[in-house]
Design a protein around this ligand. Structure first.
Ligand SMILES: [Zn+2]
Length: 112
């Protein structure tokens, strides 16, 4: 696995959930299935999903193999992560709080 680094915390991500299944969705539906792990930043808690193999378990054009893999996927929904072409649902920005404005002193104050 590659070294995956949190840019915000400048530290390496640690495995947090192993042995997941990642289903990539195209506009027509599920397209590719991968083995994957979840990694988490020990500093800020950012989580990412990383594939763990060079080739997918199955792709949509491999009809029988894909059907078989998807049948397995449906049996373990708690271990499945989905990835869509466009963000859906949880589109909360990374920083959900509004930036605090610093108290500003009026220019030309006499306390300097
Ligand atoms: Zn971090």
């Amino acid at each position: 696995m590659n070294n995956l680094i949190c840019v915000n915390c400048e530290t390496q991500l640690h495995p947090s959930r192993m042995g997941l299944i990642l289903v990539l969705h195209a506009d027509f539906g599920p397209s590719t299935v991968w083995k994957a792990d979840e990694l988490r930043c020990p500093g800020c808690g950012t989580r990412i999903i990383s594939t763990v193999t060079l080739t997918p378990l199955a792709e949509y054009w491999q009809q029988k193999q894909f059907e078989s893999v998807m049948a397995t996927v449906r049996k373990v929904p708690h271990n499945v992560v989905h990835c869509y072409e466009n963000p859906r649902g949880n589109t909360e920005p990374l920083s959900s709080s509004t930036p605090q404005q610093e108290e500003t002193k009026p220019d030309g104050g006499s306390d300097a």
